[in-house]
Ligand binder design. Structure first.
Ligand SMILES: *Cc1c(COP(=O)(O)O)cnc(C)c1O
Length: 485
């Protein structure tokens, strides 16, 4: 009797976890109102708000014993999170690689969370596995992989690259004995998460050969071929080449087809990192830039970049699904009913995860609600906006990097006196202080460049023109400082 009454007493409190419809409606409408205001106000919001780091280090809301009113929570969120630092949802965010976050992405996450279907295993929820595999096959088709190729939807490009190098390691038999003699090839323009992935996948001691780049910062295939031959002669074991289809630095595409020839001749695993550039393959007119893409063994592509989804969705595509399975399948006794012969391979067998976010739903819902046409228009618009900027920024006195392949470009202002690197750093600082647009920078061979990455779906002509205006204002101001000293 005591047990029953204790259970009943607990139940009363535990049931607070399933709030009444009226409470749910109140929460919903508060969040909905917040979201609508955010989207409406967003064009007026800064792309960057500077902040006092010390102040933020101390700022937190206690985890309460009893729940708080939603207004209080949202007010805290707005003040501390939503109005400080970079605003990645802004169309005036031109730093790093922005995407924006189309609204159906949030709805997909909401639906996935409410229904909480188990997307890791076909047996548990065939529909969600089917949706994720359909999306993977849709992307595989985009790069002309065979129809039985697959991959995995993961949290981002870093994890996609980790899955790729792990698969490459196993597919080429790189065991502990071979690791110190194994060689991977890439350029210094590769995204740093590739080296990090090698480290995590137990390949810290693998020899990384940085292949020269040409003037446009693309891999020099003559050097690649020579280096592999030299390494083989030395008794080393070349096994992996990583190229970029859209580098993070300058958005250029390596000579994919020529690299494929060399990978084939030498039996290297060929990985292409197209985390940034991959979705430009949706544009028929630009497909030629990616010639040879179908000859790769694996391909990284980030829907939270080129498909403008909210952060948290990357993808790895692998031509030979068996190879992915060989690296990522394992099972436990408690899983005995889950591994029945399934028509569809399960994400749990093709990735490090078991229980996972049904992250495909946000992509599927966005594509279903918005259709591919608008995405294609936005992608082509970004390429043309970047070309426009590349042309216009020269008119206000900037020197530019190579003609952009896609939607990233670099530029810098070289004053007649003083240190150009310091001058461009001061421009960048002034732009950040202004806050209306956000830009990031990079260093290439010791030269400091400011970058422009046009990829937010909210970036249109108006936003790019504002960026040019601000740059022009800031340069004039900074020049006055230089010539006064
Ligand atoms: C952004 C990017 C990555 C890293 O992807 P995350 O989604 O940030 O983990 C890897 N490679 C390239 C080329 C990128 O642009």
């Amino acid at each position: 009797m005591q047990l029953i009454s204790r259970i009943q007493a607990l139940e009363k409190t535990a049931r607070q976890l399933e709030p009444h419809l009226l409470v749910r409606q109140e929460w919903h409408s508060a969040i909905e109102q917040y979201a609508n205001e955010f989207i409406e106000d967003n064009p007026k919001l800064n792309a960057f708000d500077s902040f006092d780091a010390n102040h933020f280090a101390q700022l937190e809301m206690d985890i309460p014993e009893e729940g708080r009113p939603i207004e209080e929570i949202l007010a805290f969120y707005k003040e501390t999170t939503d109005r400080v630092g970079i605003n990645p949802a802004s169309g005036k965010h031109f730093g790093y690689v922005p995407g924006g976050g189309v609204m159906p992405s949030a709805l997909g996450d909401y639906l996935a969370a409410i229904t909480n279907r188990y997307a890791g295993i076909f047996f548990a929820n065939p529909g969600s596995v089917k949706i994720e595999n359909q999306l993977l096959r849709w992307m595989c088709k985009m790069i002309a992989y065979p129809t039985n190729s697959l991959g995995n939807l993961c949290s981002g490009g870093s994890i996609a690259n980790l899955i790729a190098v792990t698969t490459a390691r196993d597919a080429r038999g790189i065991n502990s004995e071979k690791i110190p003699k194994a060689v991977a090839y890439m350029t210094n323009q590769v995204h740093h998460c590739v080296q990090k992935a090698m480290m995590i996948a137990g390949m810290r001691e693998v020899i990384i050969r940085y292949i020269d780049v040409d003037e446009a910062l693309k891999m020099d295939v003559i050097h690649l071929r020579k280096q592999i031959a030299a390494d083989k002669k030395q008794g080393l074991y070349p096994f992996l080449v990583v190229s970029s289809a859209g580098t993070t630095n300058t958005g250029v595409i390596d000579p994919l087809d020529a690299i494929a020839d060399i990978a084939e001749e030498n039996d290297l695993w060929y990985h292409i990192d197209a985390a940034y550039g991959g979705f430009f393959l949706m544009l028929e007119e630009y497909k030629h830039l990616f010639k040879g893409v179908e000859r790769s063994d694996s391909f990284t592509i980030d829907p939270h970049k080129g498909l403008f989804l909210s952060y948290g969705l990357g993808a790895i595509l692998v031509k030979d699904t068996e190879k992915l399975y060989a690296s990522f399948s394992y099972t436990g006794d408690y899983m005995q009913d889950a591994f029945e012969l399934a028509e569809e391979p399960s994400p749990a067998d093709l990735s490090p995860e078991l229980t996972k976010h049904f992250r495909g739903l946000r992509m599927w819902l966005s594509l279903q609600l918005l259709g591919t046409k608008a995405f294609r228009a936005a992608l082509e618009e970004k390429i043309l906006l970047c070309q426009y900027f590349h042309k216009e920024v020269q008119k206000i006195g900037f020197e530019v990097g190579p003609q952009p392949d896609l939607s990233i470009t670099v530029y810098r202002y070289v004053p007649t006196i003083g240190d150009a690197n310091l001058f461009n750093q001061s421009i960048l600082e002034a732009v950040r202080k202004d806050g209306r647009v956000f830009l990031s920078s990079t260093t290439i061979d010791g030269v400091f460049w400011i970058r422009l990455a046009v990829l937010s779906f909210r970036a249109h002509l108006e936003e790019v023109q504002l960026c040019l205006e601000i740059l022009s204002e800031v340069v004039n101001k900074q020049l006055k400082v230089v010539y006064k000293n």
